[in-house]
Design a protein around this ligand. Structure first.
Ligand code: ZN
Length: 431
């Protein structure tokens, strides 16, 4: 998830439970809805909601143990194995890894019912070798990935354990998934595999991504992105003897200048960034190759393709123009544009059942719901029309995607309770 810097939620008002004693006496408020069914539901859910608070320390222990296991992009195996073991210990005998390394476990439901998918990503943005040892300072725990996404993983494990321990039965099966490849160059490869062509999950009833911290945010709009790597190659040569030869760097510099001033459709909901650039061999040589990487994002479906067409057109033209100046007999520049990232834009309507449940549960726990957009694992099922959201799992945090990342377990258990109630409402509790 591309988090806003600091995920500081307003303190939940009525239901602060920041002490085990308070947890024991935590009287869950009546969940959303009315009448007998809700009262029955309240009595079915009361014990598991209280258990969510009594197991707050165990949840934090998972979080601390998981953050110590590095999970760089394309390097999630070890952490995946640890999550698999924890799911099996929690009684999910069917827990297993799929072809790409996602870890899956199912709480059965009524036969034939479409599942609710609960996902948390395994990977972090931090390369192998990063020091991930947690450091405690005051009420904060500092460690790269402690919130994004060790908190989400610990939250998923907690919900999976709670429903099993409490013997909760649901109408719909609940599929718990620890996904690979959510961050950066991972390009959502884990969730894309889950919802690949022909996958039975394409008709899932709902998708809930647990990502990061907090109590208020409900991601129901997906910021899509399209990432391109443009490579320009030319004859190169000696900077004196071959002066005037077409220069890939000159072409890319011209392309950069033009694409950076492109008029963005829906500028408030779109962005274009020339993120990385490189090339050249030595100071006394005309470069024979140069490249740039470009990141385009938009909440509005359709905008990315439009932007990409403009970018490709500009690159093609400036490469041609740089080639026309060359001396007779020298080769022209060649250009290749590769897609290195593709995340769909989409939206789960705010009036949808899943978003309505999420806002009601959030309010019922004393936090003010905030409907937001972001790029998460939910992008993929959302773009397939499956009701999908992403939420944080309690606590407070900052420094996301930096080595100064921290987490504070402030009302952490309330975040677990929120995730639990949203998932159970979506799956339909059988009394
Ligand atoms: Zn994340």
């Amino acid at each position: 998830m591309h988090h806003n810097e600091r995920q500081a939620d307003a303190k939940p008002a009525a239901h602060s439970v920041d002490s085990p004693a308070a947890a024991r006496h935590h009287q869950p408020s009546t969940p959303p809805g009315t009448g007998n069914r809700q009262r029955a539901l309240t009595s079915v859910l009361r014990p598991v909601r209280q258990l969510a608070h009594r197991t707050d320390d165990a949840t934090l222990r998972d979080q601390l143990e998981l953050v110590r296991i590095p999970a760089p992009p394309f390097g999630e195996e070890e952490r995946g194995a640890s999550v698999l073991e924890r799911l099996r210990e929690a009684g999910y005998d069917d827990a297993a890894c799929d072809e790409v390394g996602n870890v899956l476990a199912t709480l059965p439901g009524a036969a034939g019912a479409e599942p609710v998918v609960v996902a948390a990503h395994l990977d972090t943005v931090f390369p192998a070798g990063t020091d991930v040892e947690p450091r405690h300072d005051g009420g904060r725990i500092y460690a790269p990935g402690i919130t994004d996404n060790s908190r989400g993983l610990a939250g998923m494990l907690a919900v999976a354990r709670l429903v099993r321990t409490a013997g909760i039965r649901t109408r719909r099966p609940i599929l718990f998934v620890a996904t690979v490849g959510e961050e950066g160059t991972g390009d959502l490869r884990g969730v894309k595999h889950l919802f690949r062509e022909g996958s039975p999950l394409r008709t899932a009833a709902a998708f809930v991504a647990l990502d990061g911290s907090g109590m208020r945010r409900i991601v129901h709009r997906a910021i899509g992105s399209r990432r391109l790597r443009v490579t320009v190659e030319g004859p190169g040569g000696h900077s004196w003897a071959d002066r005037g030869a077409p220069n890939p760097i000159v072409a890319l510099a011209a392309a950069t200048a033009e694409v950076s001033t492109l008029a963005l459709p829906h500028p408030e909901r779109s962005s274009l960034t020339v993120a990385r650039i490189g090339g050249g061999t030595s100071i006394n040589a005309v470069p024979d190759a140069a490249w740039l990487e470009l990141d385009m994002r938009s909440e509005a479906p359709g905008v990315l393709l439009e932007l990409e067409a403009s970018v490709r057109g500009i690159v093609k033209r400036v490469v041609r123009e740089e080639s026309t100046g060359r001396r007779p007999g020298t080769d022209a520049l060649s250009c290749e544009v590769a897609v290195i990232g593709d995340r769909p834009s989409a939206e789960t309507p705010a009036r949808s059942e899943l978003v309505r449940i999420s806002t009601q549960v959030t309010s019922s726990l004393g936090a003010e719901p905030e409907l937001v957009s972001s790029s998460t694992d939910a992008n993929v099922p959302m773009a397939l029309g499956i009701p999908s959201i992403a939420i944080g799992v309690g606590g407070d945090s900052g420094g996301i995607h930096t080595t100064d990342e921290w987490y504070a377990n402030d009302h952490g258990a309330l975040g677990i309770e929120r995730a639990l109630l949203i998932v159970l409402e979506a799956a339909g509790v059988v009394e």
